[in-house]
Design a protein around this ligand. Structure first.
Ligand SMILES: Cc1cc2nc3c(=O)[nH]c(=O)nc-3n(C[C@H](O)[C@H](O)[C@H](O)COP(=O)(O)OP(=O)(O)OC[C@H]3O[C@@H](n4cnc5c(N)ncnc54)[C@H](O)[C@@H]3O)c2cc1C
Length: 318
């Protein structure tokens, strides 16, 4: 494994982090931190517990030109088999806090698990966010790509987003943020770290909320591979493509090019939902990448459609 990045020795970085009191772990197996259970060993996993240590790490990384990548719940990433040319940054401490500041006004840390948080909020009687209780991962990851399902998306309910941009803390009102289907301006600007969100929610009918929680959970169980290691939908739905008034879904295109069930090593295009790739055991990131490239190629040749990935490559896939 390479032990240097950008000409800087990891042992030097370790002692600098110790000096700055920035918590970190060495030689961390990143496959343990993602839903695919794929990925290699990170030389350093830095875990700031508050704004001060986060900004201290970001200044250090900027001053010494040390690259880093932010990992949340790891449910939308394909992690490299060799994630050793950057530092992995994962928020902890205060970023895992959740407060109801006043009735219906929630302040939610970006390192909080989405599913239990929104189940709890729904169970408190607040309506609208039931769909979020079925999306895995952390709140920061949900914000960055405007996660959604069953007709809702997280930005429908966000009041403001707290971020660190260029080492400065800012609170952005939702009107100032550009977002769309499974995308936000933050996805392109990798200098933004989401730290917290504020939501204003209304009380609803508790029976209806309970019904929706159950309905969405059942829908998911019936349409997606259960108990399989995956990162959810691999491709976005190409919403601009219509043929004979039909709006194609990514899974239909994948099915039509014959990739349902296709295998590469221990990676397989799911038989149940062919926009999912599953890890049947010890798949490597390159096994998944082979399937992704084959799908892209076949769909482009048959339909002249360039599928866009929903999952992100975390580190080099070469
Ligand atoms: C079984 C399954 C079903 C899924 N169903 C859905 C669905 O219905 N709808 C949907 O939208 N998604 C779905 N997903 C995808 C995924 O759950 C969401 O995209 C989720 O919101 C990602 O959050 P995460 O914390 O896991 O992000 P990660 O996978 O950790 O990271 C994703 C990206 O966000 C960045 N990031 C993460 N946290 C931060 C932060 N605090 N600041 C800055 N950047 C950050 C990372 O650098 C990375 O680029 C599904 C995934 C699985 C495994």
């Amino acid at each position: 494994m390479k032990k240097e990045i950008s000409g800087i020795d990891f042992s030097k970085i370790e002692s600098d982090l110790l000096f700055r009191k920035i918590p970190f772990a060495k030689d961390f197996d990143l496959s343990k931190l993602c839903s695919f259970k794929i990925g290699g060993i990170a030389p350093l996993l830095v875990e700031p517990e508050n704004e001060e240590t986060l900004i201290s790490f970001l200044s250090y990384s900027k001053n010494f030109g040390i690259p880093y990548k932010v990992l949340g719940g790891g449910s939308n990433v394909l992690i490299s088999d060799y994630p050793n040319d950057f530092i992995t940054l994962r928020l902890g401490g205060v970023f895992k806090e959740f407060h109801e500041k006043s009735e219906g006004r929630f302040e939610i840390g970006s390192a909080i698990n989405t599913t239990p948080t929104f189940r709890k909020i729904s169970n408190l009687g607040y309506e609208g966010v039931e769909f979020l209780s079925t999306i895995p991962g952390w709140v920061g990851g949900a914000v960055i790509q405007n996660a959604g399902c069953y007709g809702g998306e997280i930005f429908d309910f966000i009041q403001s987003v707290d971020v660190i941009q260029n080492n400065n803390y800012t609170s952005l009102p939702v009107e100032k943020i550009k977002y769309g289907y499974r995308s936000t301006e933050f996805l392109k600007n990798k200098n933004t770290i989401i730290t917290r969100i504020v939501m204003n929610l209304k009380q609803g009918d508790s029976k209806e909320i309970e019904f929706k929680l159950k309905e969405f959970r059942e829908k998911r169980n019936s349409s997606q591979p259960e108990n399989k290691k995956s990162a959810g939908s691999v491709f976005k739905n190409p919403d601009s493509i219509k043929e004979k008034d039909k709006k194609w879904k990514a899974w239909e295109l994948i099915d039509l090019v014959g990739m349902r069930g296709a295998v590469s090593g221990d990676a397989q295009v799911s038989e149940k939902h062919c926009n999912f790739i599953v890890n049947n055991g010890n798949a490597l990131s390159r096994d998944v990448k082979i399937l992704i490239e084959k799908i892209e190629d076949l769909v482009f040749k048959k339909f002249n459609i360039q599928l866009e990935k929903e999952i992100e490559f975390f580190g080099s896939m070469d």
